[in-house]
Design a protein around this ligand. Structure first.
Ligand SMILES: C[S@@+](CC[C@H](N)C(=O)[O-])C[C@H]1O[C@@H](n2cnc3c(N)ncnc32)[C@H](O)[C@@H]1O
Length: 191
């Protein structure tokens, strides 16, 4: 196995023992980056929030514990990550505040305009079709709703071209914010 497929098995599409290890590493190495992205997105009381590619579920836990979101949904294409995130967020799931799905960004199993905010951290760079995933995120966001895409420095995602991709998926007011650990792109869903 070469380095690229090893990294993909651990982090991009976590599977098996390597995927379990990848989940553990992802859960313990982000530092303040995830809270920083959530803070930039800004969640208002009672809002419905979706995270795409939630991995081990650290952002989901932060959303449930430190924001006034009423409901948080998550989708990830890795069974291993769904299990790790479910065990990490068991209480909020039991209370009906978090709902986790196994599935892909390119076909979100949610109604049109059913979320106020959508976020994704270190995930879009491994989607088979990023354009389709962004269009799906726009579809499930209410008009005027907010999007945040976060990427740490080791994600291998460049900020170049992201504004154009977001505009093509009907997002507007795109803003790039950088910090030492990585960057975040914020945008609003156009009518
Ligand atoms: C590098 S991990 C990041 C996980 C988490 N967001 C974090 O920051 O710790 C990428 C995640 O995206 C998920 N993923 C990859 N392709 C996906 C797709 N097409 N749709 C949904 N999730 C996907 C992977 O299963 C993995 O959990």
């Amino acid at each position: 196995m070469n380095v690229d497929s090893l990294l993909m098995r651990m982090f991009g599409r976590p599977r098996g023992l390597l995927g379990r290890l990848g989940g553990f590493i992802m859960a313990h190495t982000k530092g303040t980056f995830t809270p920083w992205v959530i803070e930039r997105l800004g969640i208002d009381p009672g809002e419905r929030v979706l995270e795409v590619g939630f991995g081990p579920g650290i952002a989901l836990r932060r959303l449930a514990e430190a924001t006034p979101a009423a409901f948080i949904a998550g989708i990830d294409s890795s069974q291993e990550m769904v299990e790790q995130a479910a065990s990490r967020n068991a209480k909020a799931i039991a209370q009906g505040r978090i709902d986790l799905r196994l599935g892909s960004a390119e076909r979100l199993p949610f109604d049109d305009e059913s979320f106020d905010k959508v976020l994704s951290i270190n995930s879009l760079q491994v989607w088979p079709d990023a354009g389709a995933g962004l269009r799906e995120m726009r579809r499930v966001l209410r008009t005027g709703g907010g999007l945040a895409l976060g990427f740490t420095a080791h994600s291998r995602q460049s900020s170049a071209g992201l504004v154009e991709k977001l505009s093509a998926a009907d997002f507007a007011e795109v803003r790039l914010i950088e910090m030492k650990q990585g960057f975040c792109v914020l945008a609003k869903a156009l009518p």
